[in-house]
Design a protein around this ligand. Structure first.
Ligand code: IPM
Ligand code: MG
Length: 384
């Protein structure tokens, strides 16, 4: 046993040293791109696994339509990025194949289909690796239910917490296992800043800080403390502490849930709570997600690769709504606001008011491409 303990202690020393260096890199700060001043923006489109290539194909088609003039002029380029498939990742034993990562780093923003994360084993999730490699520290997930007055936006810390050392825990076989959760002051400060800036710029008056600081005293305790330090710079916004367990209940409490506006949370709680929130909106298939850093941003569907649909031969019936929402978030991020508004408006018409064509993953309803045609026709009508 002593051998296990010694090697775990040694490993812990390495992890602490490495994480301290990471926190120092974050503390230096980065500078976000100003998309209104860039001569050319490169959008990478990355299919992923399962239904990923099917829904991103349609996402790309809509983007090409909305950005037609700029693509012709050369101020926007849409690039297909291959190689993010489970087969290739498994064959190479790399979460993201090295050449794919290089290609991704040559883009400014990325539209990504879902990737399959195998249970157990050593292959790291491509999602988590991409968030780390591109330092996409803010996972921004809006949820809207207009008829209930729900207008939520979640700022999930996306680069550390329970995820940062996800595949590097220690184990004494058949005795015990330890995973690590790391919260850095600098990492918390930048996600808190992003949440409060959003609140300030969008007329929001309340930010809920969601932790389990009564139990995770060091990591969540610091997370909450630093969020309050940042909050002190925003006197017009109230910052409230909530524990994640009661917040889970509050989200399904119809009497109070619409009063929440902006949420800021550590990584794992953010992962869990945003699935719950998406379900309230109509399911994870209806939600888009932005992964934002200073140098890069990646936009994706909240749902997974739906291997069951593929096995049943129903992949072409996948619902692309979530990737369309992600594409709209991307358009907003790159300051193409009128294109974003058109897509958002068309989606609202197609999925809430008119609902003439629906895609549900079932063969009796429309295919992914048919639903996308409907969205495109709706946009064309708006264009007159
Ligand atoms: C998400 C997903 C990912 C996560 C998985 C696929 C690694 O659930 O984007 O919420 O846990 O972050
Ligand atoms: Mg999740």
């Amino acid at each position: 046993m002593q051998g296990y303990i010694d090697s775990a202690v040694e490993k812990f020393r390495e992890l602490l040293t490495e994480q301290l260096a990471r926190s120092e890199r974050i503390a230096k700060g980065g500078k976000a791109k100003d998309f209104t001043k860039m001569g050319k923006i490169v959008i990478g489109v990355c299919g992923g696994d399962g239904i990923g290539p099917i829904i991103t194909r349609e996402g790309e088609r809509v983007l090409r339509y909305l950005l037609k003039d700029e693509i012709e002029k050369g101020s926007i380029e849409i690039r297909t990025i291959d190689g993010l498939t489970l087969e290739k990742r498994q064959e190479l034993g790399e979460a993201i194949p090295a050449d794919t990562l290089l290609a991704l780093k040559e883009c400014d923003v990325i539209l990504k289909g879902p990737t399959t994360t195998p249970h157990g084993g050593n292959l790291e999730s491509a999602n988590v690796a991409m968030r780390r490699e591109l330092d996409l520290y803010a996972n921004v997930r809006p949820v809207n239910v207009p008829e209930e007055n729900i207008d939520w936006i979640f700022y999930r810390e996306n680069s550390e917490g329970e995820y940062v050392l996800g595949s590097r825990g220690v184990e004494i076989p058949e005795k015990l296992a330890v995973d690590f959760k790391v919260t850095t002051d600098a990492g918390t400060r930048r996600i808190a800043r992003a949440a409060f800036e959003y609140a300030k710029n969008n007329g929001k008056t309340n930010v809920a800080i969601v932790t389990k600081a009564n139990i995770m005293k060091k990591t969540d305790g610091n997370f909450s403390k630093i969020c309050h330090e940042v909050a002190a710079e925003y006197p017009d916004i109230t910052a409230e502490d909530w524990y994640v367990d009661i917040m889970t209940a509050n989200l399904i409490n119809e009497a109070i849930r619409s009063k929440f506006q902006v949420f800021v949370l550590p990584n794992l709680y953010g992962d869990i709570i945003t699935d719950e929130a998406a379900q309230i909106q109509g399911g994870v298939g209806t939600a888009g997600s932005a992964n934002v850093g200073d140098a890069y941003a990646m936009f994706e569907a909240v749902h997974g690769s739906a291997p069951r649909l593929i096995e049943q031969g129903l992949g072409e019936y996948a619902n692309p709504s979530s990737i369309f929402k992600a594409a709209a978030m991307m358009l907003r991020h790159i300051a193409r606001t009128s294109a974003a508004e058109k897509l958002e408006k068309a989606l609202l018409i197609c999925t809430e008011t008119e609902k003439k064509v629906i895609a549900t993953g079932e063969a009796e309803n429309a295919t992914c491409a048919e639903f996308s045609d409907y969205v495109m026709e709706t946009i064309q009508k708006m264009d007159g």
